[in-house]
Design a protein around this ligand. Structure first.
Ligand SMILES: Nc1ncnc2c1ncn2[C@@H]1O[C@H](COP(=O)(O)OP(=O)(O)OP(=O)(O)O)[C@@H](O)[C@H]1O
Length: 594
């Protein structure tokens, strides 16, 4: 990932997300100040209630004092309502905005980014880290601010009321804070361990459930139950340690803070007895002491949260600041130039292309590759596994850029075009059809979001998919499970072909599935390809004899280089590697057919 951000940078990058909600923040701040102020005045209210209400002996005095007290309580209630609502709203809103921004940014990054950064790690950043950030913006920050106000205000009131008692109280503070910080730190580090353990539980669970068929086929259930139980127990053990520390923390805080208050009460009580201060004075002093102690405890508790949030912000902002290895060009695609290329004229050209995957810089996946493709031509790519056939597609789609050489489309370097417009000209049928957990219609419409129901059905019919789709429970509305588990291999391929038909792009990139289909499925897939290829320039990674026989030209690749070109018959004669591949890949019966 890019260079790490420091704390200030993390906050600076967060600011643009907070800025749109300045108005809400100002209101939240007002509510915060009002509630802190009211809470502090409440102490005076207690004093008033005792000295004017109770001690005066008059019922009217009591009612008067109570009314003031209730007024303050009402203000505190309304203020707290506004503060809680506004601050939580800001937290939720900002995090929602960050999630959207991160997702939108991630989709612009080239695939090489996801080779270095695993999607599950990124997923955890978008979910866990943003949740932490939300709890901080939506609560901890407001607790820290409110507690700081209360702490300062409380100490000020105490000092004004009784200097000597305040000094006694303040001497007790370190005795409370030190254990709070000590145990607090241990609790925090154990909470992190506990989170990691919970993540392990989740990982184990999702793996077992995702691959349930493998689990059951190997009758691995008992073993899995045992291993899962161990994982869960490990998480439990870490949690118990955390709970123990937390319990100690609670015990210490109660004992120490209440002892401090006891000491203060002893001195204060003596002053009341000697008549130096009133009972109301002592009660309100007690009130402010509790306020101050509460504020100190709250601040020490949320400080850790704030630190963790700074880390989380950094991790999220790293995602936002990651730059794509592939930079979109700025030129619009010249449709006229594309349309002006007549049948049989050159449309794609590779010139001296050399490419190494960023993760394997010492290995050239493509070397010195030069060839061109004509408009309307069907070019079949054949070669052993690892020859570089799929890589060629990836360069055309600009998932990666070659380190040397040039790729042109319609006589211009593909780097000059805006990425989205360039990719609009290609329809890719990958070897493995990717299906999303949505309805069949949604899965087909993936290729063209503006396509209506009729266009979708029309494409499915052309791809020989309509019949099997209508036989599904809810036809086009049937939801395909994750990874399309409810469809057979041949059916999935026909969905992919229908998608490509719907995209209606001038150039077709077809990576034939290697998995063997039964003869009937194979025929259906082949028949589906006919309308798709018609009138289009087609590059096909060929694994089937029918495909190479239909191709205008076959290009044989090996170790990133083109080693021969020609027709099937020519290559059988001239290229020993092709002959060997043909013998292996296409069954003998098929060969004899040829
Ligand atoms: N993402 C990647 N990172 C690093 N190396 C890669 C990556 N993808 C492919 N390669 C390597 O690049 C070379 C060409 O791979 P490519 O997938 O293009 O071959 P292929 O001819 O399509 O093979 P197959 O028919 O098995 O799909 C291989 O050596 C492969 O190991």
């Amino acid at each position: 990932m890019n260079e790490p951000l420091n704390d200030r940078n993390a906050i600076n990058t967060l600011l643009p997300f907070l800025r749109p909600y300045r108005r809400q923040m100002v209101f939240a701040l007002i509510a915060l100040v009002v509630t802190a102020g009211t809470m502090l005045s409440l102490g005076k209210g207690v004093q008033f209630l005792i000295d004017q209400g109770l001690a005066s002996g008059s019922e009217a005095g009591l009612i008067h004092a109570l009314l003031i007290f209730m007024g303050l309580v009402f203000l505190l209630g309304v203020g707290s309502f506004c503060r809680f609502y506004l601050v939580s709203w800001i937290g939720e809103r900002v995090v929602a905005d960050i999630r959207q921004a991160v997702f939108a940014h991630l989709l612009t990054l080239s695939p090489s980014f996801f080779e270095d950064n695993s999607p599950s790690e990124i997923q955890s950043r978008i979910t866990t880290d943003t949740t932490l950030l939300q709890s901080v913006i939506g609560s901890s920050l407001s607790i820290a601010l409110r507690s700081s106000l209360m702490l300062l205000g409380g100490i000020l009131f105490l000092l004004i009321m009784h200097f000597k008692l305040t000094l006694i109280l303040l001497t007790c503070v370190p005795f409370v804070i030190v254990p709070v910080l000590y145990f607090g730190r241990r609790v925090r580090s154990l909470s992190r361990d506990s989170q990691d353990e919970i993540a392990n539980v989740g990982r184990y669970l999702s793996q077992a459930l995702r691959h349930i068929k493998v689990v059951q086929a190997y009758t691995h259930e008992k073993h899995d139950v045992q291993r899962f139980a161990n994982t869960v127990d490990q998480a439990f053990n870490v949690s118990v340690k955390r709970i123990q520390q937390r319990s100690w923390l609670t015990l210490m805080v109660i004992l120490l803070s209440m002892s401090g208050i006891g000491v203060m009460l002893w001195f204060g009580g003596k002053d009341v007895i000697s008549g130096e201060i009133s009972a109301g004075d002592l009660a309100s002093f007690l009130f402010y002491s509790i306020v101050v102690a509460g504020a100190v405890a709250a601040i020490s508790e949320v400080m850790g949260e704030l630190q963790r949030a700074a880390g989380a912000t950094e991790r999220i902002m790293e995602l936002l600041s990651a730059r794509s290895a592939v930079v979109s060009g700025s030129e619009r695609f010249p449709e006229e130039a594309m349309n002006a290329i007549r049948y049989g004229e050159e449309v794609i050209r590779f010139e001296q292309v050399e490419f190494r995957y960023p993760s394997r810089p010492d290995h050239a996946a493509l070397k010195n590759l030069s060839f061109s493709i004509k408009q309307g031509e069907m070019l079949a790519l054949v070669g052993p596994s690892g020859a570089g056939k799929s890589t060629l597609f990836e360069l055309l789609l600009r998932f990666y850029d070659p380190q040397q050489g040039k790729i042109s489309l319609a006589n211009q370097n593909i780097k000059q075009y805006a990425l989205a417009e360039l990719r609009q000209h290609f329809a890719l049928v990958p070897q493995e059809t990717v299906l999303f957990d949505q309805s069949v219609a949604d899965n087909l419409g993936y290729a063209n979001r503006s396509a209506g129901v009729e266009a979708i059905q029309d494409a499915a019919e052309k791809a020989n998919a309509h019949d099997f789709i209508t036989r599904l429970d809810k036809g086009y509305d049937t939801r395909l499970g994750e990874d399309g588990v409810r469809l057979s291999g041949g059916q999935r391929q026909r969905i992919a072909i229908a998608r490509a038909i719907l995209k209606d792009a001038p150039i077709l990139l077809l990576d034939e599935a290697t998995s063997a289909l039964d003869a009937e499925s194979e025929n259906k897939v082949q028949a589906a390809l006919v309308p798709l290829m018609k009138g289009r320039t087609t590059l096909v990674i060929a694994h089937r004899l029918a495909t190479v026989l239909n191709a205008d030209r076959i290009m044989v690749m090996d170790q990133g280089e083109i080693i021969a070109q020609g027709t099937h018959a020519e290559l059988l004669e001239s290229c020993p590697l092709y002959k060997r591949l043909a013998d292996l890949q296409f069954s003998q019966s098929e060969l004899s057919m040829s």
